[in-house]
Write a protein that binds this ligand. Structure first.
Ligand code: DX5
Ligand code: ZN
Length: 213
């Protein structure tokens, strides 16, 4: 069954504990934590203190998505993560990307790479063997509440094929514009993890998570 990763970006921070408890009750699989620096993307979000408070209040797998220009300088702030995913576009060459992957793995954290909508999956070919996860953005990173870009579906399908051909086992995660309708398409394309923010947190959390499964 597909894993559901609610994105705290859309949570109601005044009632965060209550909402985290509902995610646990709804048996969400992971919790998705969007780190933005105001440069790589035009939005600014959370630092390590919020991550550690959430981690203490919530036993779900902590899935950290780093949308920053300098992943190398900030990833260590998020050591409590179970998975750290940085952006392919934040580096200019694969040696640096591989070094970043190794550094994350040396801390016993799973390592992922995310690609923006304009980046083709073919660029990941030489990195796939070292990755635990690939995160396909189905919106431009930066904000919740945008519409799903259907081009992501073809990327998922191609990546599923490539994974099979290369006999690898990294997870394929999709992030942006997920609702009941787009979740169906993403499941058909055989992604492993769905990130959803505004759809889950607007309205009844328990019902919304059930609707995505
Ligand atoms: C966007 C973030 C997403 C965001 C998704 O840059 O990476 O995780 O929370 O929000 P929705 O589900 O509202 O598109
Ligand atoms: Zn995200």
């Amino acid at each position: 069954m597909i894993k559901i990763a609610p994105s705290v970006l859309s949570a109601d921070f005044i009632n965060l504990k209550e909402q985290l408890d509902l995610l646990i009750k709804a048996k969400a699989d992971w919790i998705h934590f969007d780190v933005m620096d105001g440069h790589f993307v035009p939005n600014l979000t959370f630092g390590p203190k919020i991550l550690s408070d959430i981690k203490n209040a919530c036993p779900l797998v902590m899935d950290v998505h780093i949308m920053v220009d300098n992943p190398d300088s900030v990833y260590a702030w998020f050591e409590q993560a179970d998975i750290i995913t940085f952006h392919y576009e934040a580096f200019t060459d694969d040696d640096d990307r591989l070094k970043m992957i190794k550094k994350i793995k040396n801390k016993k954290i799973k390592a992922g790479i995310s690609i923006k909508p304009d980046t083709d999956i073919s660029v990941l070919r030489s990195l796939l063997r070292d990755l635990d996860l690939v995160l396909i953005m189905s919106v431009e990173p930066g904000f919740g509440g945008q519409s799903f870009m259907p081009e992501a579906l073809n990327k998922i399908k191609r990546l599923v094929d490539l994974r099979e051909k290369m006999k690898l086992d990294f997870l394929i995660e999709v992030d942006g514009g997920i609702n009941q309708k787009t979740a169906l398409l993403v499941k058909e394309a055989k992604a492993d993890v769905l990130v959803a923010g505004s759809y889950i947190f607007n309205g009844d959390i328990l019902t919304n998570i059930a609707n995505l499964r």
